[in-house]
Design a protein around this ligand. Structure first.
Ligand SMILES: [Zn+2]
Length: 185
């Protein structure tokens, strides 16, 4: 592509331009505008619809309504690793049952979302995530209340569910830090 080279601007000519010259420029502009073919409304509308001559504009996609996940509802522990979790969007609906131990510790839920999108691939629906968080919270409280020796013994076990193991490790770190005198004041 050739690069256009413009002559240097002669500022003195611009500064020297008197009113007569400006009138002349204006007349020239007017004449060139008049020389353009007159565009009727139909032509203008067609140009608007297809400004680059590359076909009509694609129709704007309908904005998808943002998905509302609702808010976390009631959660009840009904057994080791078993929880009953309310529907987030419809608390009146039958609650879902979450089993943290299912699928080799990845957990399961009886909601349609889990059935459709999460079953067997290690991912979690919001109810399963909620139950995991609840389990971690309760486990940590329990682990923090254990005497240090029992906590250390628990940490050696390899048969603990992941959320319990994580809580034991966390509690142990808190204890060790506390015993070394790094405890928060
Ligand atoms: Zn679920």
């Amino acid at each position: 592509m050739k690069t256009a080279v413009y002559p240097p601007v002669d500022e003195s000519a611009i500064l020297a331009a008197d009113d007569a010259m400006w009138d002349q420029f204006a007349a020239q502009r007017k004449a060139s505008a008049a020389a353009l073919p007159a565009l009727d409304d139909a032509t203008l509308a067609a140009m608007d619809a297809d400004p680059f001559g590359d076909g009509p504009l694609p129709k704007p996609k309908k904005a998808k309504k943002a998905y509302d996940p609702g808010t976390a509802g009631a959660i009840t522990r009904i057994g080791p690793g078993l929880y009953v979790v309310s529907s987030w969007r419809n608390p009146q609906a039958a609650p879902y049952q979450v089993n943290l131990g299912a699928y080799e510790g990845h957990g399961s839920c009886t909601c349609p979302d889990f059935e459709k999108r999460h079953k067997g691939n290690g991912t979690a629906c919001k109810h399963l995530t909620q139950a995991k968080e609840e389990a971690s919270r309760v486990c940590l409280i329990k682990a923090l209340s254990l005497p240090l020796e029992r906590l250390e013994a628990q940490a050696q076990r390899e048969d603990l569910r992941p959320e319990i193991h994580a809580a034991v490790e966390k509690a142990l770190r808190v204890r060790v830090v506390t015993q070394r005198g790094y405890a928060r004041v």
